[in-house]
Design a protein around this ligand. Structure first.
Ligand code: PMP
Length: 399
């Protein structure tokens, strides 16, 4: 129904119609987003904030207008709490650096989950090297649900921060982040939710979750690459030092001392990606014109249908069978190497992802080196899933 909005879906690969099932890695872009980028460069381009001239003011209005759209989209209290970054990874690194400078000392504890993406593991290891903090890990059961009892047992008076993906990019599990926030706050700790795989798929409300930080990437929600968001509670961001210096983030500079701009600019050094922010705002308008609840229902149906049909394949093993699951299905078939599966499906026009999915600790937990993964977006169809099953059966017969 929405397919005509996405020109790339009309193309062929290897003379076959493209079936794109790699949406957890990045989504395709609707025409309105591509046109927004064109429009910005053709008609508006000028550096933001600094200029008194017409184009600079126009670009600033569009950039700041996008910030307001993001604020409304995640229900932040104020645009001061919405920082533009290059993506989830930069947002996570920003928190790891700045939060740890302000709040962490040797012996303090940060809790992660076993299903975190490397982008929410490695920055904390860098902090551990600098600050001698302790990293603890929430385990999960075989269905891919976090063990909340074990989580409670990890919390203590040294816990400063709990970092949890809202949706696992491997298992598709929707983690109970509201409950996790409540428990963490009761223990006196702050909470970071990695929303890279949730914000594109269902309504996310930061005030309802009551998280202290939330991260997401534009390119996974039909927006451009190179732009992302960090939401942070104002009170916390005010206590944290800047992540990078230069450009927009200053109030006054002398060689003796620099004072910083107010939020959110304190954390936005250098010329921001105002083309990206504007186009991200257009992408958010686009998904809202369809409705996040509708997108969620559509993708839930595709996920259920895909799993049901995939069970027909002999030797299939799923990774992630939580009752709370969305949009992502990881699997292996018998002892076929996932890379072989992916390569052969590609020749049939079907784009899937294979490998460790930037979650090697989770691969270890599941006892595998890698997995194949299909992940859905609002433009995928049951017919595409049928074609995928047929192709998968064909590939499996070859082994
Ligand atoms: N966290 C999760 C859960 C992800 O799925 C991803 C992207 N695969 C990231 C973080 C990193 O996002 P990005 O590459 O856009 O920075």
């Amino acid at each position: 129904m929405y397919r005509q909005d996405f020109p790339i879906l009309g193309r062929e690969v290897y003379k076959r119609p493209l079936i794109y099932f790699d949406n957890a890695a990045t989504t395709q872009k609707p025409r309105c987003v591509v046109e927004a980028i064109d429009e910005m460069y053709y008609n508006v381009n000028a550096n933001v904030h600094r200029g008194v001239h017409y184009l600079s003011q126009k670009a600033t209005d569009l950039h700041e207008g996008a910030r307001e759209k993001v604020r409304a989209f995640i229900n932040a209290r104020s645009t001061a709490e919405v920082l533009f970054t290059r993506g989830t990874t930069e947002s996570l690194n920003l928190v790891a650096f700045s939060f740890s400078e302000a709040f962490l000392k040797a012996g303090d504890e940060v809790i992660l989950t076993v299903m975190e993406h490397h982008s929410d593991i490695v920055p904390w290891q860098l902090v551990r090297d600098r600050k001698d903090i302790v990293i603890k890990v929430i385990p999960m059961n075989d269905r891919g649900d976090l063990d909340l009892e074990a989580f409670k047992a990890l919390l203590n008076d040294r816990t400063r921060l709990v970092c949890c993906c809202h949706v696992s990019n491997v298992l598709g599990t929707v983690n109970p982040v509201k409950e996790i926030s409540r428990l963490a706050h009761e223990a006196g700790a702050y909470v970071l939710v990695d929303g890279a795989q949730s914000v594109p798929h269902f309504p996310v409300d930061v005030q309802d979750i009551d998280c202290d930080f939330l991260t997401f990437s534009g390119h996974k929600i039909y927006g451009p690459t190179g732009i992302g968001v960090l939401y942070g509670k104002e009170e916390l961001l005010n206590k944290m030092p800047p992540y990078q210096g230069g450009g927009e983030m200053i109030s006054r500079v002398t060689f003796e001392k620099t004072t910083y701009e107010r939020l959110p600019y304190k954390f936005e050094a250098g010329t921001p990606d105002y083309v990206g922010s504007y186009a991200l705002g257009v992408a958010l308008d686009y998904v809202q014109s369809i409705g996040m609840n509708k997108i969620s229902a559509l993708e839930h149906d595709l996920t259920q249908y895909a799993m049901e049909r995939m069970r027909e394949v002999e030797g299939i093993r799923f990774f992630g069978e939580s009752a709370q699951k969305t949009s992502v299905v990881s699997f292996n078939v018998a002892d076929i190497h996932p890379m072989d599966l992916g390569t052969l499906l590609d020749r049939l026009g079907i784009a899937i992802r294979t490998g460790h999915h930037c979650a090697q600790p989770l691969m270890q937990r599941c006892g595998v080196e890698g997995m194949a993964r299909v992940s859905f977006a609002l433009y995928n169809t049951r017919e595409e899933i049928d074609a995928f099953i047929e192709a998968l059966q064909r590939v499996v017969r070859m082994f």
